[in-house]
Ligand binder design. Structure first.
Ligand code: FE2
Length: 312
């Protein structure tokens, strides 16, 4: 009766036009009709939207929506939160309408991040997802929208909330050397077959999230996205998917080269979003099976690659 997946994410950004260009021209998402330079929505699959970008000042994750199966699951989840003394807002029909879901609850995690839990998202199979840049597709379905690496001021409190109350299972940890003798332990948490929908760490970083991830269906999708973000022109010059001349290459850049992670085995790269935090685009992750999975500890983030290009 717990959380099935990370369903959607919303970002508060100072430059919506830059994000619109980044998500369509570089990443290849489908912009929802009616999006404008204050509020924009994006599709990745048959859902009416998965990402929201709203004009704001924080340039950070503004909210995350987690999906449960049905009204009974939402009710029992609400009771679980209330028993844990979390203040839950229920019955907000206006917000549910805005999110395109049948019913939702909203509350804050221990660090003030707004969370929503919902059921009954709007599916529009009758209007197929079409990538603005020829991406084959995104891996979503029962694995949800992707994942994000969440930076918290107190890891014990964070784990208590996300594993103890939200019900995430631990996949593994990576002890990440941050330099100057600082090692940060990142915890990778799952709620379905996706190796992690949420990674959580106490780290000296300026924003709530270090990055979010979108997983594509083919390795070539990763490579083409890399070239678009790295400013390499599309070689198929007769294609209507060609990157436009004077596209704003300066507005986005690769921050970490192609590499493969030690824990989820994702082949991915990272780029800087117009808000400073990063986007990971990946393919080929392994999945967790709760019947057989045992957690592990890793001392590196990458099997190979993933060289940082920051400060280069
Ligand atoms: Fe990631």
């Amino acid at each position: 009766m717990g959380i099935k997946s990370l369903g959607y994410m919303g970002f508060s950004v100072s430059d919506v036009p830059a994000w619109r260009s980044f998500l369509t021209e570089k990443v290849g998402l489908m912009e929802v009709v009616g999006s404008d330079d204050d509020n924009a929505l994006y599709r990745m699959d048959s859902r009416s939207w998965r990402l929201a970008v709203d004009k704001g000042s924080t340039d950070d994750l503004a909210f995350a929506g987690y999906e449960v199966a049905n009204p009974q699951a939402l009710k029992s989840f609400t009771e679980r939160l209330q028993e844990a003394c979390v203040q839950v807002k229920t019955g907000d029909a206006q917000l549910a309408e805005k999110r395109g879901v049948m019913e939702l609850i909203s509350f804050e995690d221990p660090f003030g991040l707004p969370l929503e839990i919902y059921y009954g998202a709007t599916e529009i199979f009758e209007q197929p997802f079409v990538s603005s840049r020829g991406i084959t597709g995104f891996l979503t379905g029962d694995q949800g929208a992707g994942h994000y690496l969440y930076v918290v001021p107190n890891i014990e409190k964070g784990l208590e909330f996300y594993t103890g109350i939200m019900g995430f299972e631990m996949s593994d940890v990576i002890d990440i050397e941050m330099g100057q003798g600082i090692t940060v332990r990142a915890y990778f948490l799952h709620c379905n077959g996706r190796h992690h929908s949420l990674a959580i760490a106490e780290a000296p970083l300026p924003k709530k999230i270090h990055h979010f991830l979108l997983q594509v269906l083919t390795l070539d999708d990763v490579g083409h996205a890399y070239d678009r973000i790295d400013g390499v022109k599309d070689s198929s010059s007769d294609s209507n998917l060609q990157v436009p001349e004077n596209s704003d290459a300066a507005a986005s850049k690769v921050t970490t080269t192609l590499g493969r992670h030690v824990n989820d085995h994702m082949i991915s790269f990272y780029s800087e979003t117009p808000s400073g935090f990063e986007l990971e685009i990946g393919w080929g992750a392994r999945e967790v099976d709760d019947q057989t999975w045992v957690m592990a500890r890793h001392k590196r983030t990458a099997m190979w690659g993933h060289k940082s290009l920051r400060n280069k």
